[in-house]
Write a protein that binds this ligand. Structure first.
Ligand SMILES: Nc1ncnc2c1ncn2[C@@H]1O[C@H](COP(=O)(O)OP(=O)(O)OP(=O)(O)O)[C@@H](O)[C@H]1O
Ligand SMILES: [Mg+2]
Length: 361
């Protein structure tokens, strides 16, 4: 394993009873990478992050952070990471300032460093208005901001952020993503989110997980190209035929379907007096000339013709369709060893404040 590998997961498996939440996942994140960790609800993102941050142990496999094994050297791991759990666990009866001070003490920050870090945290997380407030009086979004502040306070080289922007307002979302991109220049960040636009903004690489398995891992361009398809959008006027009668939807659709190289023709809604369609063709080909010639030969009027790569969202949907919990249910028979492991290492679902405070190392 190269010394530049900051996060390492090898054959990581996690069983919860008969559910295989993670199934031999394997990936590496190198120094300086900002990686989007994507997947549908229940795919296993938080479970992976909880293993990497030492809050639960894997049923099988190895995980290392900054070269330290999460099982054998949890304190070393926790010193190197800032972790924002999906549901930021906070001490409800503390003032925001006192809570962050407490986290700084746990992390062993000296007063001067604390002050300078707090200036940055207050600015980035937009905390100026709430520093003197009780945590239990904060709105959900502000609690998320405090949780993010806690993760960044000790300026860790590795950040594991589980949906850091969920529940933030659009301005704050953009600000946090801008900051993540900024600090990602010299840190390693694993960022889970359901917002694919955020991944496009902040990350050069994504890992997509589905049903506990990695289904894509690579630069965003490669992932977009992965479906091997190109998407075309075409619309023809429903009225002005040059000769003969105006075309019907069915007529256009069947002519498109009959064209060589065209796959999956779907009608699109449109406000214009037009028939609009979306269709797919091979990655290497270009169907625009054939589509244009078809429209001309029929005497129809072409209003729009576009050729686009698949979007990250298209590929995400293709790769994760039908990700349902029951798909992963193991046969009882197959889980003899699983039961024992799960009794040992299945904790309560949500993180307690103690867990995060304990990550002070
Ligand atoms: N402590 C637990 N006990 C039992 N099942 C669990 C536990 N933690 C997670 N699971 C199950 O493991 C699967 C993966 O959950 P996980 O929270 O990792 O998904 P996720 O990808 O983070 O989803 P989301 O996008 O909804 O946050 C789910 O089916 C979940 O119900
Ligand atoms: Mg989650």
């Amino acid at each position: 394993m190269s010394t530049d590998v900051m996060i390492y997961a090898d054959d990581l498996t996690k069983r919860f009873g008969s559910l295989r939440a993670l199934d031999r996942i394997r990936f590496e994140v190198s120094r300086g990478e900002v990686v989007g960790f994507l997947g549908p609800n229940g795919a296993g993102k938080s479970t992976t992050m909880r293993i990497l941050t030492c809050f639960i142990s894997p049923s099988d496999g190895t995980a290392k952070v900054h070269g330290h094994d999460v099982f054998d050297e949890p304190l070393e791991v926790r010193r190197k990471i800032g972790y924002l759990p999906q549901r930021a666990p906070l001490y409800q009866d503390m003032l925001v300032w006192d809570y962050l001070r407490f986290v700084a003490d746990m992390r062993g920050l000296d007063p001067t460093t604390f002050k300078s870090r707090m200036r940055k945290i207050v600015e980035v997380c937009g905390l100026a208005q709430v520093l003197g407030m009780d945590i239990n009086t904060l709105s959900h979004g502000y609690r998320q901001r405090v949780g993010l502040g806690q993760a960044l306070l000790h300026d860790p080289p590795i950040l594991i952020l589980d949906e850091p922007t969920s529940d933030l307002d659009p301005n704050e979302k953009a600000e946090v993503i801008r900051y993540i991109k900024e600090i990602g220049k010299e840190r390693t960040i694993l960022l889970s989110t359901h917002n694919l636009a955020e991944v496009e903004t902040a990350c050069a690489r994504a890992i997509i997980i589905s049903k506990g398995r990695i289904v894509a891992d690579g630069p965003l361009d490669e992932i977009r190209a992965r479906s091997g398809k190109i998407r075309y959008t075409l619309s023809v006027s429903e009225q002005t035929a040059e000769r003969g009668k105006a075309p019907s939807v069915a007529e256009v659709q069947s002519a498109l379907r009959a064209l060589a190289g065209v796959r999956g023709v779907n009608e699109l809604p449109t406000d214009e007096k037009a028939h609009a369609f979306e269709l797919a063709g091979d990655q290497d080909g270009d169907l625009r000339s054939d589509l244009f010639r078809l429209v001309v030969s029929k005497g129809w009027t072409l209003l729009e013709l576009r050729r686009d790569s698949q979007t990250l969202e298209d590929v995400f949907r293709d790769l994760t369709k039908g990700d349902e919990r029951r798909d992963r249910r193991l046969g009882r028979d197959a889980d003899d060893d699983g039961e024992a492991a799960d009794k040992k290492d299945t904790p309560e679902r949500s993180e307690s404040p103690k867990e995060v405070a304990a990550s002070g190392g």
